[in-house]
Design a protein around this ligand. Structure first.
Ligand code: FAD
Length: 547
């Protein structure tokens, strides 16, 4: 097709934009994983969402929000503090569209209790599709939805804030949260001297007549225009979780002073601040000294979202790569018909199928954990393992997807360069790789019987698949080693692969067999496409990935 004419040449053999598509209906592995995990009834809602987020208009918003990065306005022209961050209108529109679809709150009812049903699965499908378009704005979206789990430790505060959190309006005005149509929440844990080891937090909390006064700093505090933050600080009885609003109860601007915004590799539409609290007003959330126990409820949910978002980034990489390969000819044949490119794309499709099946299986555990001890144990043991494997697999995956587009993949007019720069962050924040592996070990030692039951269920669900028995044996043996910490990555990766095989087996048994053959029975090569797949399987994988 001729796209434009020039004086010297015509443009042809270029793929058309992958836009104005239904991100749901086109994605059979997603549709089937949602149905297999209880969310099938939401098909129409998800298809509406998929068409909207797959539109060229939403893609343009994603590009604009990242090209026009947020700006910190520390002072006004008279030298007064402003501490406001200005965003491009496209970012504000992305926030409004996500909020309108309930991506920031739909797993909670109006009182802050879990909505139940398949609400986690359905919301995850939306989060997965939105991540294919723009991930930066999803930072405050995910923190807002997750904050409710921590606020549950302080029922009086939850009762006050929930009516504002529960609306589907995004209200970017810089006003006290209790006057707004909707609110967003962020999180401040990481300090200069330690992010993983939050016990080293130096920020202090002193009791005051209307709550607490917080003095200290945070080295990373993202989405600084949130209406409130859940912040860790040292109170008399130890590390405690606090609710710190942008405005104090008397309506004055709270003493939250932003020093600067981080200059980041990716995630550029989202602002991440360095901040000082100069006697900032805050309310306690949960008991004094129980800060980690309180905030971990929130962190568990943000870890889940990291895995969903990384799967979404990879799905987008795959869809763009496959779409391009079907339009681009090399040596008189479409790339998608060249045997070696087919193997690369099919192997990538298999990775994405397994990732989305696994992530949706995890979301089902979140949906059911309140009434089912086995699902609670699955959630506890596998959230860190899944975050580890899915998030860390995304950067090399997106690199491969870029390469499928050749030079076009590497330039900023396309979306893949942005996805690639975005992809490492999900592994780094909310518990980096090693920390996730150590968390799996912690679950194994503290809740050994429940964890063993999870492993036994995975063994039963993968019985007979190539390499499954040996993988189960390897995981058990490695975790039992006296030096299990040193070799934790070996066992956690295998655990995630086993869980992915089990999850995929419920959705697409033939694909599960292929996944087991290439990932359990044999160690997968370092590169995508370093596998031996027969033609029928290649065709089926690619047709499922994009009709
Ligand atoms: C873009 C961005 C936005 C962020 N936004 C926020 C935010 O809004 N709020 C917030 O609180 N934080 C935020 N963070 C901070 C982030 O959560 C931390 O950077 C992360 O938790 C790691 O902490 P750290 O940087 O202090 O690294 P460290 O804790 O020093 O860890 C460094 C490395 O050591 C490893 N490690 C740690 N302990 C062990 C161990 N026992 N054994 C082996 N290895 C270990 C880690 O896995 C990591 O790879 C953000 C970070 C980024 C990049």
């Amino acid at each position: 097709m001729t796209l434009a004419s020039f004086a010297t040449h015509e443009v042809f053999n270029q793929s058309p934009p992958f836009e104005d598509v239904d991100l749901y209906a086109l994605d059979r592995p997603l549709v089937e994983a949602v149905a297999a995990n209880g969310g099938g009834a939401a098909e129409k809602e998800l298809s509406d969402f998929g068409r909207h987020w797959g539109s060229a208009a939403m893609a343009a918003r994603g590009r604009l929000a990242n090209e026009n990065t947020p700006k910190l306005r520390t002072f006004d022209s008279r030298g007064n503090r402003r501490d406001e961050v200005e965003f491009h209108p496209a970012y504000l529109e992305l926030m409004a569209h996500s909020a309108h679809a309930g991506v920031h709150n739909s797993t909670w009812d109006s009182k802050g209790a879990p909505t139940g049903g398949a609400s986690e699965v359905v919301r995850a499908a939306k989060f997965y599709m939105a991540a294919q378009v723009e991930t930066g704005h999803l930072c405050p979206i995910t923190m807002t939805r997750a904050s409710v789990a921590a606020l549950a430790a302080q029922p009086d505060l939850l009762a006050k804030t929930m009516p504002v959190i529960a609306t589907r309006s995004y209200d970017p005005s810089f006003e006290p949260w209790w006057t707004k149509r909707g609110m967003t929440l962020g999180m401040g844990m990481t300090e200069k001297q330690g992010g993983t080891d939050v016990r080293s937090n130096m920020t202090r909390a002193e009791r005051a007549s209307d709550g607490y006064r917080i003095t200290g700093h945070k080295w990373f505090m993202s989405a600084p225009m949130c209406d409130a933050f859940l912040v860790l600080a040292q109170a008399e009885a130890g590390l405690t979780c606090f609710f710190m609003p942008r405005f104090a109860p008397d309506g004055s601007v709270n003493a939250i002073q932003f020093q600067r915004l981080k200059d980041k590799l990716g995630n550029r539409s989202n602002a991440s601040s360095e901040v000082e609290f100069v006697g900032a007003h805050a309310m306690r959330v949960g008991e004094e000294g129980k800060g980690i126990r309180t905030i971990i409820q929130m962190v568990q949910l943000t870890r889940q979202d990291c895995a969903i978002a990384s799967s979404g980034l990879m799905r987008s990489g795959l869809a763009h790569a496959l779409h391009h390969a079907r339009h681009r000819s090399v040596f008189q044949k479409h790339l998608a018909d060249q045997p070696l490119m087919q193997t690369v794309l099919a192997d990538m499709a298999l990775h994405v199928e397994a990732s989305i099946a696994l992530v949706m299986r995890l979301c089902r555990a979140f949906d059911r954990m309140a009434g089912d001890a086995n699902e609670a144990a699955y959630m506890r043991l596998l959230t860190p393992a899944i975050k580890y494997w899915v998030c860390k697999s995304a950067p090399p995956f997106l690199f491969e997807a870029m390469e499928c587009l050749g030079g076009n993949g590497y330039v900023e007019e396309g979306i893949l360069a942005r996805h690639y720069r975005e992809s490492p962050v999900n592994a780094i924040w909310e518990g980096s790789g090693n920390v996730m592996c150590l968390d799996v070990l912690r679950a194994l030692s503290r809740e050994a019987d429940a964890a063993l039951a999870v492993l036994q269920n995975l063994a039963a669900e993968t019985k007979g698949l190539p390499g499954a028995d040996a993988t189960v044996g390897f995981i058990g043996k490695t975790f039992r080693r006296a030096d299990s910490e040193r070799v934790a990555r070996l066992a956690v990766e295998k655990l995630a692969l086993l869980a992915a095989t089990a999850a995929l087996n419920k959705v697409a048994p033939r694909q599960a067999e292929l996944f087991a053959t290439t990932r359990l029975a044999a160690d997968h090569g370092a590169m995508y496409g370093a596998v031996d797949l027969v033609n029928d399987d290649v065709r089926a994988l690619l047709a499922r990935a994009l009709p």
